[in-house]
Design a protein around this ligand. Sequence first.
Ligand code: NI
Length: 661
Amino acid sequence: MPDAHLAEPPPAAATRPYPLDPLSLEEIGAATALVTAEKNLGPAHRFAMVRLEEPGKAEIKAGGALPRLAFLLVLDRGSGDTFEGIVDLTAGVVSSWKRLPFDAAPYGQAPVMIEEFFRCEAVVKADAGWRAAMHRRGLTDEDIERVQVDPFSSGFFNNEFERGHRVVRAVSYYRENLKDNGYAHPIEGVVAVVDLVADKVVDLVDEAEIVPIPKKKRNYDLASQGPLRTDVKPLDIVQPQGPSFSVDGWKVAWQNWHFRVGFTPREGLVLYELGYQDGEKLRPIIYRASVTEMVVPYADPTANHYWKTAFDAGEYGLGKLANALELGCDCLGNIHYFDIPFADDAGAPFVMKNAVCMHEEDYGILWKHYEFRNETFEVRRSRRLVISFFATVGNYDYGFYWYLYQDGTIQLEAKLSGIIQTAAVAPGKPYPWGGMVDEGLGGPTHQHFFNARLHMDLDGGGNTVTEHEFLPRPWGKDNPYGNVFDTTSKTLARELDAARIADGVTGRYWKISNPNAANSVGKPTGYKMSFPPSPLMLAQEGSSVRRRGGFATKHVWVTQYDPAEKYASGDYPNLNAGGGGLPAYIQANRNIENEDIVVWHSFGHTHVCKPEDFPVMPVEYAGFMLKPNGFFAGNVAMDLPAGRNEHSVDHRAATGGGCCA
Ligand code: NI
């Protein structure tokens, strides 16, 4: 949470920022001050988002001086009006200012802000109806003081209180003391709908049937654990000569890779201008890469759960909720941290310390061969560059890890950890909507979907996506032994043809290529997208979450680049009736062959809860890879020097342990 980040004096002003550099503290301060003065903003105004308004790819490629622009999303919490503004920092003017039409379908709201987390709890606890519901469940006024209230993004079910209103749905958890893990003690059957503009509870669910609150403590802090393992010896990552990367501001170089780091309130980490130095040539691969949205639909139809459909990027902001990472805990080795200039809800600039971590990791064997005939033995170890951040969104913690490998592979891995949503289950009753994790405690089944947006730039110029699959070839003159199978290839020419679903049986995969650039065997240069089996959204056609999170109904989408199409779920998914984002973007059915294209990939995990998920779940993984496929003329990692790691010794004899012969 941003309040965990220490404020510090602004770094010395850089001479001239690169057009994709995040806004500096000074720029954030100037942008909010300009808008405040010019639009007469008062104490009721909140800055839900302040970020760089990025120039387009073509403008950057054209070079030359570009104005520095700031995008601001401003909420008047007195009236509920929300404004989008653009400040031209170079000219020192507010160049655009518009009120968003959130009072008309499909509605929408700015993301939930940090201060609203706290305000929601105060509003709920002051509500007489909610207090009565707590009393009915056996809680005293003193207990109520310690109840944890979670303001959950509301979802949208076309209730009057949702249409054009800024509401959250609040669920509550009993805690015997403030340090307790509340998620072990859900209070079932009570949901308060809180209007964050009116500051009041506008709807309250208080079910007649009372489910006892599970009271068994399931705390996760160190002091609450039993005897700790005693056989974990230090495992040190030693880099006596420092890391192999170099950093210049936001620009990074490592093992032929070149890229720039960025960060936005909604997406968190962004990689720009990712390219690979291939001999004399720095070859572009991806212009911009980020995770623009995720959604977590819950599959429990009861009062506390049916509406839970967290869009953690668009409804909260993955970047806003980034953790300050700890050296020696979150990342090991020789770490470079990126501190991120940010604006708080009041528009005041501050530094998010250590929000992005970058380091190298050993990754086992990269390539190896032993030729027994002539005793030629060659092996090279792989290492990868890790650029990552972690966001805590309420109960869940999500890590986003980009990996670059020495053979040209790019990978994104989402790490899912934290605490599951829980449901109280009456003693002796089954829990039909998920798995039991402890006595009286269930975890509703749910899905997690992420969407990565990849604005491609393979070898510059126009790019094309082709779909391939493996199909058996019928017996015949061209298959006399029955062993032949074919790899089919189909060009995805228009957007409506390019919303695609994976098929593991036929090995369906997608390749991004540049038809204007030929590789060493005369084919278009390309990268292949590869990913493990990944679910699609299982909610019914016509359901609220399927309308709102339509991006999760296909694995792959391809659009012609449009700077206005930034997010898989559309601009304002909070309290939005749906229909926006990718399913809407592709309706134009634009050409995507040999074009400036964006490839969007939805991936995720279906989570049926189990005892091992509790109290904090071990990391679950989801993600994808982009692997060079006809991009290079050979294995580009043949030039790795052979080396023996001098720290790899057997210390066991020295420490009195057992030793091999
Ligand atoms: Ni989960």
